[in-house]
Design a protein around this ligand. Structure first.
Ligand code: SF4
Length: 184
């Protein structure tokens, strides 16, 4: 069943007043271009794209307003096919019995886990590149000697004058820690 456009005006389990205050902090594209926002506006780029008829995240952000109150409050759950479940005064728990606190906490933990996994995948590529460069399989200089030495020391590795050897040992420790294993 689709949502009605005015549903966010109805009483919910979340605090509509708090959400209104939060929503009011969302800058419009015009606000951003005016330059009175904490973020730096990419004005020339934005104007150039507008002249080409291309939209940007600022246009799309404006088009999404008003943002869904359930989404902002985190009190919407669609983890399983019994949902999506939304927490309201009339229905304070989802079909499975999860209340707003459980849904918010569970959503947050899953977002964090997904974010960590995504960044870990990029980190793994850096570790593999460092290992390959250290072993001479990748024709790349190892820059940031200070960072390599500080990180190695922080992880308890003995000092090694040869930067490549130390970088290789560091990559091994990092890969081992990430569950990759030393053969990776
Ligand atoms: S609240 Fe429970 S029943 Fe509803 S979508 Fe989430 S996991 Fe499924």
């Amino acid at each position: 069943m689709g949502r009605t456009p005015h549903q966010h005006q109805h009483p919910h389990g979340h605090d509509a007043g708090v959400l209104s205050v939060y929503r009011a902090t969302f800058p419009s594209k015009a606000d951003v271009i005016a330059g009175d926002q904490p973020i730096q506006p990419p004005v020339p780029c934005s104007e150039h794209l507008a002249a080409l008829g291309c939209d940007t995240c600022f246009d799309r952000f404006d088009a999404q307003k008003p943002h869904c109150a359930f989404g902002l409050a985190g009190s919407c759950c669609r983890l399983c096919n019994m949902g999506p479940c939304r927490i309201t005064a009339k229905s304070p728990v989802g079909v499975c019995g999860a209340d707003a606190d459980v849904i918010v906490a569970r959503n947050l933990l899953r977002w964090v886990a997904a974010g960590v996994a995504a960044h870990a995948a990029r980190g793994r590529e850096v570790m593999l590149a460092l290992k390959a460069a250290a072993e001479g399989r990748l024709d790349l200089p190892i820059l940031g000697e200070t960072k390599v030495r500080k990180t190695a020391a922080a992880l308890g590795l003995a000092d090694e004058p040869d930067l490549r050897k130390l970088a290789g040992a560091l990559a091994d420790v990092l890969l081992e820690d990430s569950g990759e294993g030393r053969s990776g």
